[in-house]
Design a protein around this ligand. Structure first.
Ligand code: SAM
Length: 245
């Protein structure tokens, strides 16, 4: 018997000015159960305690789409979203549960993780949700994905400059990249500024916040695409990490 996730209605309200419906709460609970089951065969996550799962996977995923504590309105208006290096589905699956009108593409280079996600999407009855196996370096050069998305999410995939090179080519002009980070330094801002300039983006906001239960420090970096990304980006597989911009 799996533990129940806490509801945390007051915290949702206070921090994100939002509360899950009964159906969304059930979907969060079922997602938690499926991840615990999937963990028996796949190394999906080390976070299995219900409160920790709520904070580090659910709340953290949704905090990123709520800069300054308000959900991005285009998400409820059918925005197209891609989650790069989604792993077990974070932040993409909680985002799709909270914003069911968006279209989401969950992408990862590991086939096994995407197979798990496909089963999870079916179990949760989430529609307008696609999956993609591949590397960001290759997918960013494919005409059907390049400049195709309104919002690109990326958590725990690489340094901010690498994340910028993975996300910005996939965005339409005017689109938003959301990079989820733990700690952040001024040196990272300087490196990222240099990278985004080459990629056709600008840093719109770097937001620092603390998580509501363990009071851990987090940052979200919001990049706006303001110009076409030059064709040489993203560079070939492995180059963005070996030679960051
Ligand atoms: N985003 C999830 C989260 O925050 O829980 C998973 C993070 S996990 C540490 C990193 C994931 O990114 C792995 O599932 C890995 O397969 C994927 N990944 C790493 N580099 C990638 C790339 N270049 N393109 C696509 N996926 C990548």
């Amino acid at each position: 018997m799996t533990n129940s996730l806490p509801e945390m209605a007051e915290i949702w309200q206070q921090t994100l000015n939002w509360q899950p419906t009964a159906q969304q709460q059930e979907q969060f609970q079922r997602l938690y159960e499926l991840i615990l089951e999937g963990n028996r065969q796949l190394n999906l996550t080390r976070i299995t305690d219900p409160e920790e799962f709520w904070e580090k996977h659910l709340w953290d995923s949704l905090r990123g789409i709520a800069p300054q504590g308000q959900f991005i309105s285009s998400l409820q208006e059918g925005a197209s979203v891609i989650d790069i290096g989604t792993g077990a589905g974070f932040p993409g699956i909680p985002v799709k549960i909270a914003a069911p009108n968006c279209t989401i593409t969950l992408m990862d280079s590991t086939r096994k993780k995407i197979t798990f996600i496909e089963q999870t999407l079916t179990e949760l009855a989430l529609t307008n949700a696609k999956t993609l196996v591949g590397r960001a370096e290759e997918i960013g050069q494919q005409p059907e994905h390049r400049q195709a998305y309104d919002i690109a999410l990326i958590r725990a995939v690489g340094t901010a400059s690498v994340c910028a090179e993975y996300t910005l080519p996939l965005l339409k002009q005017g689109g938003l990249a959301i990079i989820y980070r733990g700690n952040w330094t001024e040196d990272e801002t300087t490196a990222l500024q240099n990278a985004v300039k080459q990629l056709g983006g600008v840093i719109e906001l770097i937001e620092k916040f603390t998580t509501p239960l363990s009071e851990s420090i987090r940052h979200c970096v919001y990049l706006r695409k303001v110009a076409t990304t030059p064709v040489q980006f993203p560079r070939a597989t492995g180059i963005p990490t070996q030679k960051p911009l």
